[in-house]
Design a protein around this ligand. Structure first.
Ligand code: GLU
Length: 421
């Protein structure tokens, strides 16, 4: 029998309904937020540097912009499709609402395996996709950023291409059309590590609240891209021990600890954690069953499921990825009493520093790292405490509480503004 494909958007809908029921979200607002606003799909041709032509499929889904311009990353991955992008766009709306950032939610991407293309081919794909996005993005309308397999260089190409389409005298006023840019090209200090930094700020707060000494903690990371590698490296000064890592190339473990900086250098070179000499290879199931206190999922959606969650021995799941736990996985975590810092809170550091970058560009300012980190810390702790309060007042789990915080904020704004006409 053919197995039904998991719909990530269906998972979002289940999470949403649980929170909307619990808080009694107003009916009209509930109808609006239950669906995305705009969905853009484009099949675009790219003339490659060697002269051959390939056609790609690109997406941009805009979920909601009642709090401010649509905001969210672009990912390059073979699994990118409409259902996934819808889910990711919706999570961005909740994330910005929890973090108190004046942005709405969007997400996009290109269905492509970037490891099969040269840098110059990726540049061609990026520029043509940006051109085809056209007016669907804009500095005060919809602002892309990095996500899975995209990086500051790709943001610089998006910027350059977008600016080429606006009149010369307007270009300087449009630098904030994309965030996550290289620092030299209008990016912010601290943006590159921001998501991982936000994850670590949340873990610090959790540890403090639960009387856990991070110096004696063992942790594991799934995904060693931007978020996973930064979170792992930023846990190091606490003395926490990285004992297992899994990415798309395989899983590795070492009870005595893995040097996250050294592993990062290895991965930059080898393209993945597989074969890293400082640890032993392990199977997928073994990875999930690692004896550790914390897991940081920082890869793709639907990793902690009804099948893998029962294997976990950890006390805390700190979600660096978007949607790493599906509803069945969530049930297991709750039954086992495993704490969860949900994605829409835990990984909000990236979009928070994107907001700082956007502000700096608009004001022609340049903040130093200390200022960025200090502001990020305040914003993350504020968000954490709002969710913590909702956990207590609604007597619910952390994910549902995070939704309640987001939905209450959005509901208030809709009530004030009303619906046109
Ligand atoms: N892609 C990141 C996320 O999922 C960052 C989005 C942004 O900075 O706009 O939160």
């Amino acid at each position: 029998m053919a197995r039904r494909k998991v719909s990530t958007y269906e998972n979002v809908t289940r999470q949403y309904n649980a929170a909307a029921d619990l808080m009694g979200l107003e009916d009209d607002v509930r109808k609006i937020l239950a669906v995305t606003r705009n969905e853009f799909v484009v099949h675009f041709p790219v003339k490659m540097p060697d002269g051959r032509l390939e056609v790609f499929t690109g997406y941009r889904v805009q979920h909601n912009n009642v709090l401010g311009p649509f905001k969210g990353g672009l990912r390059y991955h073979p699994a990118v499709e409409l259902d996934e992008v819808r889910a990711l766009a919706t999570w961005m709306t909740w994330k910005c609402a929890i973090a108190n950032i004046p942005f709405g939610g969007a997400k996009g991407g290109v269905q492509v395996d970037p490891s099969r293309y040269s840098a110059s081919e990726i540049e061609h794909i990026t520029r043509r996709f940006t051109f085809d996005l056209g007016d669907n993005i804009g500095p005060e309308y919809d602002i892309p950023a990095p996500d899975v397999n995209t990086n500051p260089q790709i943001m610089a190409w998006i910027l350059d291409t977008y600016l080429s389409t606006v009149p010369a005298h307007e270009r300087q006023a449009c630098i904030h059309v994309v965030t996550g840019k290289p620092v030299e090209a209008g990016g912010s200090q601290g943006r590159n590590k921001a998501t991982g930094q936000g994850v670590v700020f949340c873990i610090e707060k959790w540890a403090k609240d639960h009387d856990v000494d991070l110096g004696g903690v063992k942790f594991m990371v799934q995904g060693f891209g931007n978020v996973g590698s930064w979170a792992a490296r930023l846990m190091r000064p606490h003395g926490a021990k990285l004992v297992a890592v899994e990415d798309v190339t395989g899983a590795i473990a070492n009870e005595a600890g893995i040097d996250a900086d050294e592993l990062k250098r290895y991965v930059d070179d080898a393209g993945g954690v597989r074969g890293y000499p400082g640890a032993a290879p392990v199977e997928h199931e073994e990875f999930f069953g690692t004896k550790a206190d914390i897991i940081i999922p920082a890869a793709l959606e639907n990793q902690i499921t009804g099948k893998t969650a029962p294997l976990l021995k950890v006390k805390l799941v700190a979600e660096g990825a978007n949607g790493p736990t599906d509803p069945e996985g969530d049930e297991v975590l709750q039954d086992q009493g495993i704490h969860v810092i949900p994605d829409i809170l835990c990984n909000a550091g990236g979009v928070t520093v994107s907001y700082f970058e956007w502000l700096q560009n608009k004001r022609s300012e340049f903040w130093d790292l200390e200022e960025v980190d200090g502001k990020l810390h305040r914003m993350m702790i504020g968000a954490y405490e709002r969710v913590e309060n909702a956990v207590e007042s609604y007597k619910t789990d952390w994910r549902t509480a995070a939704y309640v915080v987001a939905l209450s904020h959005l509901e208030t704004v809709y009530k004030r503004r009303g619906i046109f006409p």
